[in-house]
Design a protein around this ligand. Structure first.
Ligand code: ZN
Ligand code: ZN
Length: 358
């Protein structure tokens, strides 16, 4: 798999007429080499692949990145990177403009006198379509999140705090094999449910309240993302009505996710569906995002803007409509979804029918 990724990267170098690229973004170090550490850079040319790091990481890098030649630095990463690039005789060198901070860019540029170091590359775009190994990891990350949700149903009751629920979700994910949460766990109950991104607080959950849990696991670097909303006690008629509208939208969206579709159109479809229930004005965020090594990846997106990427097999998106009503509360339902050759597959499979916990 690493071979294929390097091949795609080298095709980009050729297309951009570059002699080398310096890779610095942490997830891309991992993606292109297999190495999982920081303070490291890759220098990749048409026929060479070097990994520049320090002695904290040399043993680990030799194990994790067998296709790379190790270069140990003792006097600063950027000094060594510049020295390596010059030694290889590279004239035109690309970098990750979206990931390299201004000061680092300036430092490297000043060390690379005589080298054209002006081409910014978007290497994240090479990660848009996931390979089999990546899909396997995301599938496992989703299984772990599902297991945590099922456990939470046995744990939640009136009086327990949002933080306690978040801690329990995270503990179960760890026990199931996750390295860490894929983002800060969101648990929002009652009126707090009207905040789409309310991270857990010390608030105790009350009877009759919606509880929205948005969380995910990281497994071998890959993320899952799921949201479920439940009610503690009996759901009111209005709660049921709003919940069913969101669920209907979430499920109908799954019929629209397939190769050739544009994220813009699917997002629009979801809004039109919520409009039927008079709730579209309460849906303020985008319908979904892609994910993989990062919880939010740039493309594809199911949203009003930056969403004209055509969906293709191997892409991952979330399907997460929500309704947030000020002074009332809100809810969201979200699955991680894989685009397949003929449609899509839901990788998070927890139940979605409204659950009341007594
Ligand atoms: Zn989420
Ligand atoms: Zn999400």
């Amino acid at each position: 798999m690493i071979e294929n990724r390097l091949q795609a990267l080298r095709a980009l170098l050729e297309e951009q007429k570059l002699d080398a690229v310096v890779v610095t973004k942490e997830v891309n170090l991992y993606y292109f080499s297999g190495f999982r550490g920081d303070d490291t850079a890759l220098v990749i040319t048409a026929d060479k692949a070097l990994l520049v790091t320090d002695n904290r990481y040399t043993v680990q890098a030799a194990q994790q990145a067998p296709l790379f030649e190790l270069v140990e630095q003792t006097e600063g990463l950027w000094t060594k990177v510049a020295e390596t690039v010059k030694k290889l005789g590279c004239q035109r060198v690309g970098f990750e403009g979206g990931a390299m901070v201004f000061d680092t860019y300036h430092r490297l540029a000043s060390l690379l006198t005589g080298v054209d170091f002006t081409t910014s590359l978007n290497l994240d775009a090479l990660r848009t379509i996931k390979d089999e190994e990546e899909i396997r990891c995301i599938r496992e990350a989703c299984r772990i999140a599902d297991a945590a949700f099922n456990d939470a149903l046995t744990f939640i009751h009136a009086g327990v705090t949002e933080i306690e629920v978040a801690a329990r979700l995270e503990q179960v994910m760890r026990q199931e094999g996750s390295e860490k949460p894929s983002f800060d766990t969101i648990v929002a109950s009652g009126l707090r449910g009207s905040m789409p991104h309310g991270t857990a607080t010390a608030k105790a959950i009350g009877t009759g309240e919606f509880v929205t849990m948005d969380f995910g696991a990281k497994y071998r670097g890959y993320c899952s993302d799921i949201t479920r909303t439940i009610v503690v006690g009996h759901a009111s008629d209005r709660q049921r009505e709003v919940y069913d509208a969101v669920l209907d939208t979430q499920e109908k969206v799954l019929t629209q996710i397939r190769p050739g579709q544009k994220g813009y159109d699917i997002d629009h479809y979801a809004r039109v569906n919520l409009q039927k229930y008079g709730l579209d004005q309460y849906f303020g965020h985008g319908l979904g995002h892609s994910l993989g090594l990062e919880i939010h990846e740039a493309a594809p997106r199911l949203a009003k803007r930056n969403s004209d990427t055509l969906l293709a097999p191997g892409m991952l998106v979330t399907d997460e409509p929500g309704v947030y009503i000020p002074e009332w509360g809100g809810l969201r339902i979200e699955d991680t979804v894989l685009v397949t050759a003929t449609g899509c597959e839901r990788l998070t499979t927890s139940a979605k029918k409204l659950i009341e916990i007594f």
